[in-house]
Design a protein around this ligand. Structure first.
Ligand SMILES: NC(=O)c1ccc[n+]([C@@H]2O[C@H](COP(=O)([O-])OP(=O)(O)OC[C@H]3O[C@@H](n4cnc5c(N)ncnc54)[C@H](O)[C@@H]3O)[C@@H](O)[C@H]2O)c1
Length: 440
């Protein structure tokens, strides 16, 4: 090795020129150092080499400083092709490298670099609320993974994102575990409308409850959140207040729920999900957020799912009488979906756990709502009365002062402004009544 080293040394020829009688004793490298240093300096200073090196360093560092902002300014940059629809079975689900922030926060961002792109899971992201949330998260620049079993959701709700490399869709039932590494988890998956949860009450319980066999939805997502150190947001509901004895409802109200009624699988399921969420927070230090959502409406709601706004709008478009259950004097408040999405994102981004009421405090009787629908769609629409359903709450109206104060959030869109925004979507889908058949 020593021999080889000597031969390849640049000093080799000069060393050979020294007569053997004058050959100095072997000297360690350190003694040669000053000479080779001065030679290196000479080499650098000759022919302006140093100047060229400095200019090269300057150009390189300028490129690396400017590169992120240049790529942001150039949205037309071609995107790598990916399949139109990505559906990844559990064993193929992508696990990504640990993203550093174990607390799911955005972390400190150096000036001029911009907000760190988050990786976000939305369970139930192909549903009504979920798909609007996905739109907004992607528009903000985050990576979004939708998990949905299409029980009530539709691929059409998120189809416009197929081909976007920041979007992934996984057909998966949240009652089964899944492993992904993300920063935030919005947990919306749940059969949420009366028609669906009454149709399959045991499944609803499965999505929500805490016992080993029928609990796995919320529990799985909380377990995942704990494991990867993410932040979890539960979309609970105003149904946790049951048929309320306090009006309007504040978050401090514990509710008045029939535990054995036809609606209990949903109401009690969400109450248990809230309990689990808080227990994971208290017991395991998991970062959680709880939103209690009041009636929300907008484009992409399921047709004929038994919710009053979608029922009235679909009936008016089909020229059918609007069905009012009971005397029509029970009250509800109606929030446009974009207001809710803003509230959910404000809550996820805040340092507050909740629960927070997210709803529009405007209060309408069912008859008043029917009137607004008539004025918006068809003034000649008739109203038809039917006997009321069991355990239908008499009144509902959120007190949103907590969200106003701590999240700086309040709804912006009134019922009269919001209703027309969902009508054209319903008209198109009703014209194509085969919706849903064949795309599941
Ligand atoms: N829209 C409202 O007025 C309202 C009010 C209160 C609470 N919420 C809550 O908001 C969330 C979203 O509601 P929505 O109105 O968008 O309902 P939705 O039915 O349109 O969406 C629910 C989504 O969850 C999916 N899903 C159901 N069970 C699943 C499972 N086991 N695994 C994977 N995916 C599953 C469905 O396919 C659907 O895409 C729900 O948790 C609901 O309880 C909604």
């Amino acid at each position: 090795m020593k021999q080889l080293h000597k031969q390849s040394s640049p000093n080799h020829w000069r060393d050979e020129a020294i007569p053997s009688s004058q050959t100095p004793p072997y000297s360690p490298k350190t003694l040669k150092h000053p000479r080779s240093l001065s030679r290196s300096l000479n080499y650098l200073l000759k022919e302006q080499r140093l100047l060229f090196i400095l200019v090269g360093i300057l150009i390189g560092s300028t490129f690396f400083i400017l590169q992120p902002s240049l790529s942001r300014l150039n949205p037309s940059e071609p995107k790598p092709p990916i399949p139109r629809s990505i559906s990844i079975p559990i064993h193929e689900s992508r696990t990504v490298p640990n993203r550093g922030s174990k607390k799911g926060g955005v972390g400190r961002v150096p000036v001029g670099v911009g907000r760190r792109r988050l990786r976000i899971v939305v369970t139930g992201g192909a549903g009504f609320v979920g798909s609007h949330l996905v739109d907004k998260l992607l528009a903000r620049g985050d990576d979004v993974i939708v998990i949905d079993n299409f029980f009530t959701g539709r691929k059409e709700n998120v189809m416009h994102h197929f081909g976007d490399p920041k979007f992934e869709l996984i057909r998966h039932d949240v009652v089964e575990p899944i492993l992904l590494e993300v920063d935030h988890i919005y947990h919306l998956a749940c059969p949420a409308s009366p028609v669906h949860y009454k149709y399959n009450p045991v499944k609803t319980i499965i999505s929500l409850l805490n016992y080993k066999t029928n609990v796995m939805g919320t529990l799985n997502m909380l377990g995942l959140t704990k494991r990867i150190g993410a932040r979890f947001l539960l979309t609970s509901t105003s149904e946790v207040y049951g048929d309320p004895l306090e009006h309007p409802q504040k978050e401090t109200y514990w509710g008045h729920v029939n535990p054995i009624g036809v609606r209990s699988c949903y109401d009690e399921g969400k109450r248990t999900a809230e309990t689990l969420t808080m227990d994971y927070h208290r017991g395991a230090g998991v970062e959680v957020r709880i939103a209690r959502i009041f009636n929300t409406y907008g484009p992409r709601m399921c047709l004929d799912d038994g919710r009053v706004v979608s029922n009235f709008v679909a009936q008016a478009i089909r020229k059918q009488p609007l069905t009012v259950y009971g005397d029509g004097n029970q009250t509800r408040s109606f929030q446009y979906v974009s207001d809710l999405v803003d509230g959910l994102m404000a809550l996820m981004g805040s340092e507050h756990i909740g629960p927070f009421n997210l709803g529009n405090p405007g209060e309408f009787t069912m008859l008043e709502l029917a009137q607004v629908v008539k004025e918006t769609i068809d003034t000649s629409a008739r109203i038809e009365f039917k006997p009321n359903t069991d355990d239908d709450p008499h009144k509902r109206k959120p007190d949103i002062s907590k969200a106003r104060e701590l999240l700086n959030w309040e709804p912006k869109i009134s019922l009269r402004e919001g209703l027309p925004l969902m009508v054209s979507d319903f008209q198109n889908r009703i014209l194509n009544e085969n919706e849903g058949k064949g795309n599941k």
